[in-house]
Ligand binder design. Structure first.
Ligand code: OVV
Length: 397
């Protein structure tokens, strides 16, 4: 069979305009066809749910070892030593994934529930002392910035380096634009702190980090690999959850009837967090690299080509979702791909869900309304969708 022609687009997913409001661009790409050539970046893009799923599930053809950003590690020196789980393929990925999966099973995480609940209570106590809050600083950042580093077992000094590091890591997935340069400005202090925090000696004896090092003692990974896996926790575990919680607050502020519904049934908190992840996916898109020539939806791809995979667009594809732009916490949003899919699906998903569920539950019990006090201000990042500020007016229940 002769491969079909493909649409070519001049659209720029990394323009300030697209990053501020990415959804019109996603719709254009979905309408153009299942596989679109992005002229500006010399790569392919998939934006429909079906094709996003197909690419993510076929890790043998669409590999991660050449990096999940625009940069192809086979021809370009990576900005940091590649992650041994995110930027790796089997068999390395299989071995490293097993360790982090074990460290964050729902059974292990059960022990964190009372700790996270107590944190959520005291956070909401403090919020209700005030009326006007910044949903980002006072809620979305405050909660994960306490519970996540505690869970990993990091010292209290230097934690302010975590968020800037996450900003670098997620900017590095995109093209080398001004955002990369800006976030790298603090690299000189941030990266050394991160690397030092990954070593065994910097971690408490009872955290997730120490559990990773237990795999060294069991002979499953080397000491160096354990450090790299702790680096993965620090890279992927905080900014993502902060973005997810902030985006959920924005969704509730825009759809007040959904907040009323959650207040009636706080048991919907986990479903609501998932629905917010679908609607405003924190990780908008990652790349894959073809490991061999392949055909995707009838289009011929060569080996070594980059494919931009739009999670956020799949999550609003009208071919898959009814009223995709509507926030509906009763919707069955379980099929969203905001955590990815297949072998690289987020290994910290259960921890993120636990944080989101506990915080939303406590807020739903005690806050009558979450009203926007002004427009939220976007925080631009090449792959993470999040806000810098979310001015909110809260009313106690
Ligand atoms: C940005 C990101 C996501 C997931 C994993 C990692 C990084 C990593 O460093 O392993």
């Amino acid at each position: 069979m002769r491969a079909v022609d493909f649409p070519i687009s001049d659209a720029d997913p990394y323009s300030t305009e697209s990053m501020t409001d990415p959804y019109p661009l996603h719709a254009v790409l979905r309408e153009l066809g299942p596989v679109v050539r992005l002229r500006q970046y010399d790569c392919w893009a998939v934006a429909r749910y079906e094709d996003v799923n197909a690419v993510l599930l076929d890790w043998e053809t669409f590999g991660s070892g050449a990096g999940v950003g625009l940069a192809n590690f086979r021809n370009e020196k990576p900005w940091r030593v590649p992650s041994i789980i995110l930027e790796a393929d089997p068999p390395l990925h299989t071995r490293t994934h097993k360790i982090l999966a074990r460290v964050m099973t729902p059974q292990v995480l059960r022990d964190f529930r009372p700790v996270f609940e107590a944190e959520a209570r005291s956070l909401v106590d403090a919020l209700l002392e005030r009326r006007d809050v910044d949903g980002m600083a006072d809620i979305a950042r405050a909660f994960p910035e306490k519970v996540f580093p505690d869970a990993v077992g990091l010292p209290s000094e230097g934690r302010e380096n975590l968020a800037p590091y996450g900003d670098m890591v997620f900017n590095a997935v995109g093209p080398r634009n001004a955002l990369v340069e800006q976030s790298m400005a603090s690299a000189g202090t941030v990266i050394p702190w991160i690397m030092q925090s990954c070593s065994r000696g910097g971690l408490t004896a009872d955290g997730l980090g120490a559990e990773v090092y237990a795999a060294v003692d069991a002979g499953e990974v080397t000491e160096e690999e354990a450090g790299m896996l702790v680096r993965s926790l620090l890279s992927a575990g905080l900014d993502t959850t902060i973005a997810a919680i902030g985006n959920a607050l924005v969704a509730f502020a825009r759809f007040p009837e959904q907040w009323a519904l959650l207040r009636e049934t706080p048991a919907l908190a986990r479903a609501a967090f998932d629905e917010a992840m679908r609607l405003e996916s924190p990780v908008q898109a990652f790349f894959r690299t073809t490991t061999r020539a392949a055909e995707l939806a009838g289009v011929s791809l060569e080996a070594g080509e980059k494919v931009l995979v739009f999670f956020a667009s799949a999550n609003r594809d009208p071919r898959r979702w009814d009223d995709p732009d509507t926030f509906d916490i009763r919707r069955k949003s379980g099929g969203h791909v905001a955590f990815g899919l297949g072998i690289h699906r987020c290994v910290g998903e259960a921890l993120a869900e636990l944080e989101g569920e506990i915080l939303l539950t406590e807020l739903a019990r005690r806050v009558r309304s979450i009203a926007p006090a002004a427009e939220p201000v976007i925080h631009l990042n090449n792959s993470l969708r999040s806000f810098a500020r979310i001015p909110l007016r809260l009313t106690a229940a």
